[in-house]
Design a binder for this molecule. Structure first.
Ligand code: ADP
Ligand code: ZN
Length: 439
């Protein structure tokens, strides 16, 4: 049966009540973290703040920040707040220089995360009459698992396709009458083109809505996808450290994503000074989990730049809204939905005997990211026979694929042919910016 909200008691809770709920949960969560996570207890002790100093969300600013580097340093168990035997799941972001960020979940954590995804699906109009095709990757990546769980909670008939094999995706979509599509926006665009190439028109499929996230996309791209697939396209935001997709989701207004505030407390800070900024300001998004058991994080700096607003929304939800991420305050790139850091590429080059003289060139062709790396050959290798160069390029490409999970095109170029700059090396040429892609 079609419901407007998955959990109306929270999603439409008056703002003052949400604040009260957050106050209570925060006090508990801080005490829990202090008692169970030595890594964060040390940070609090260092800052001279004790759990007794946190009486409500107004005291949040007193707590120390957590950064991605802390998560790497504490890898793998340093931020775990409960015994491993209480945990039922591990998920992970893509790795950097071999050290991945892993997140742990108890069954309650998984339920909470899946409920957040169920809220997103319900906001997109999904119910137990729907066939929900999930083509986010399954595995350590949170996309597949999160939407899969949400789809079960809503009662959709779930098609756990995972990513890739476009012909099979299309066959199942048409034969099994998929009505909801979950994947990255670039894959949605690709699916749309593939359907068109096979001679299908928008009205030939039964799809009515899509939930697309994990990477930046533009309003133009949304309109394109909506037209080719004949659907309404919704954005969804999340990050593994905080749970996964569903931290925030779009409603029918399509004007920003509602943050699930009963579980996640959001702040905007100045990325340079760490100062908390008022609603409406552009800055770095910081999250504090309010009721996580295995991997609670307090004041986690996402590095995503966005704006938060609390305005009346026509959907009736009272949760804060965040804009799409407008950029990042670190050097992470998102390529085909995968997080990639230049440091990972440098590590592969060094391991394979190359100097770190390289340039990454990104572009978007047919709505899909292209990813090329120009790498300078060592002087002693130059000039090699073209056949040898091709072999070396292939070897380096395989090593990159093993580290990053995605395949770049490698070009070995002559020594000293990549321009040296006076200041910071220009490592990344991101031509996707001309399409409005800012990350
Ligand atoms: P995900 O499964 O969401 O990709 P990761 O933890 O691998 O999770 O990556 C999280 C990062 O992905 C976020 O910090 C943000 O930069 C980016 N991201 C996630 N969702 C979106 C979205 N809807 N729009 C833009 N960027 C997004
Ligand atoms: Zn709304």
């Amino acid at each position: 049966m079609q419901k407007k909200y998955y959990q109306p008691e929270f999603e439409t809770m008056p703002a003052e009540e949400i604040k009260k709920l957050q106050d209570q949960k925060l006090v508990k969560q801080v005490r829990y973290v202090y008692d169970n996570v030595k890594y964060y207890r040390d940070l609090m002790d260092e800052k001279g703040v004790s759990p007794d100093d946190i009486k409500s969300t107004d005291d949040l600013y007193k707590l120390p920040f957590l950064k991605k580097d802390d998560l790497r340093e504490a890898y793998p168990y340093g931020l775990l707040a409960t015994d491993l035997h209480n945990c039922v799941r591990i998920q992970s972001t893509s790795g950097t220089t071999g050290k991945r960020v892993v997140a742990f979940y108890t069954q309650n954590d998984v339920d909470m995360w899946e409920e957040c995804c169920a809220r997103a699906l319900t906001a997109a109009g999904a119910d137990d009459n729907d066939v929900c095709q999930v083509c986010y990757g399954y595995g350590l990546f949170t996309g597949g698992a999160g939407l899969h769980g949400g789809s079960h909670k809503v009662g959709c008939l779930t098609l756990p396709m995972s990513s890739g094999n476009t012909d099979r995706q299309i066959q199942f979509m048409m034969d099994l009458n998929s009505t909801i599509l979950c994947c990255t926006p670039s894959y949605a665009a690709y699916l749309g083109e593939s359907l068109r190439e096979k001679g299908y028109k928008a009205e030939d499929n039964k799809l009515k809505a899509g939930i697309f996230g994990a990477e930046p996309w533009t309003e133009e791209m949304r309109r394109d996808i909506e037209k080719t697939l004949g659907i309404k396209a919704y954005d969804i935001y999340g990050l593994t450290e905080i749970s996964g997709p569903g931290v925030a989701f779009e409603c029918e207004e399509q004007s920003g994503m509602h943050i699930n505030e009963d579980h996640f407390l959001a702040e905007i800070i100045d990325p340079e000074t760490g100062e908390v900024l008022p609603l409406g300001s552009k800055g770095e998004l910081v999250f504090t989990s309010l009721d996580k058991e295995a991997f609670p994080l307090l004041r986690y700096r996402t590095r995503d730049i966005c704006i938060l607003t609390r305005e009346k929304c026509s959907c009736g939800r009272t949760f804060l809204k965040m804009t799409k991420p407008l950029g990042r305050s670190d050097d992470m790139m998102i390529i085909r939905g995968v997080n990639v850091f230049p440091s990972q590429i440098e590590a592969v080059l060094l391991n394979n005997g190359y100097a770190p003289n390289y340039q990454i060139v990104l572009d978007r062709v047919n709505n899909s990211d292209t990813f090329e790396i120009n790498v300078e050959m060592q002087t002693e290798d130059f000039p090699d026979a073209p056949k040898d160069i091709t072999t070396k390029e292939k070897k380096l490409q395989d090593a990159m694929k093993a580290m990053l999970g995605i395949n770049p095109k490698i070009h070995l170029v002559a020594p000293k042919s990549i321009a040296r700059s006076e200041g910071k090396a220009v490592r990344v040429i991101d031509n996707r910016r001309r399409y409005g892609i800012t990350i």
